[in-house]
Design a protein around this ligand. Sequence first.
Ligand code: GDP
Length: 373
Amino acid sequence: MKPWMYLVLAALVIAFGVAVVVVSRRRAERSIEAPSRPPAAPSPEAPQRGGTAVLEPDIVEPEVVAPPATLRERMARARSAFAGAFTGILGRSGITSETWDELEEALLRADVGIGVTTGLLDGLRADVKERSITEPAELLDALQGEMRQRLAGADRTLHFEPDEDATDGFSPNVWLFVGVNGVGKTTTIGKVAEQQRVAGRSVLMAAGDTFRAAAAEQLTTWAERAEAELVRGNEGGDPSAVVFDAVERAAARRIDLVLADTAGRLHTKTNLMEELRKVRRVAEKGAGRVTEVLLVIDATTGQNGLAQAREFGDATQVTGVVLTKLDGSAKGGIVFAIEIELGLPVKLVGIGETIGDLVPFEPDEFVGALFDV
Ligand code: GDP
């Protein structure tokens, strides 16, 4: 072979080698590529450019919806009143005299009240004996059972009587809200108005708290939020007159429900309870029917609330209790005192300051939340 032939042969061998390497690399690359998706069909909304559908990636923003607050979540402080005692009780190997002392102390600290605490613990002792309970965890279960049983059976519905036959004039339902200043009456009326509107009823608010300058203003704001009508009077005016006008207006406009705020204090020397009795009479003087008198009690005031409940209950024929500020209270035990000592059903509980922070009172959920440590 001539020397130039060696050169040509070498060049051919090198070219062949390079070709083999390139081809095998390409194959390897293709084999590790992710399987490609079939192209998405153009959506009708896909922007068209120059007659071509431009496929934009579908970006779906996650919907941020705050879940409604639950009683359990908002009862952290009430739960904490029991938590220490429960831990101590569960830490012992059996049921001792300290166990009973600790239970009693926890119930009193939570403002269950001495009478109801004694009753609950007597019932529990009988239960322990009858069922031969020896385990601390079983004891706490039995206490839950006692508590649930004592709250069971009450009528917690908000009474509303529809005017089926309004031929001789429409008769609105009237719900009166009573209670001392600052307990949350005005706020509760706003929340109830919203719930009733959502339930399909038309609502009118009566600003019957003419003592507090800001009360009517506050109610005006709530009326706007809850899309309710409002009747207000002059500051220092006669609360009964405001309620009377409100009922007449509701009757004329065929509004289902009047929510009437009342004063917790008065300008004049007139006795507050006398005044509330008058408000109630006047609310029924014309077309109205009082179907609920709701006593609003602040849960953070504990046993003081009970004294108020007694006084208002006697004067105004209270039909149910709204327990507000349970979210900030370590004194959830007041529920037992209200229900067992006074025989008044807790119908609603306030668990915050915004319009959705009012829930129906569910005894099972409430007791469960106290024990969920
Ligand atoms: P009124 O004087 O009885 O009409 O009481 P207000 O409605 O003016 O309420 C007094 C204060 O309690 C206000 O600051 C409310 O926002 C607050 N409040 C009412 N209900 C609740 C509740 O359920 N939880 C909390 N945390 N605050 C509440």
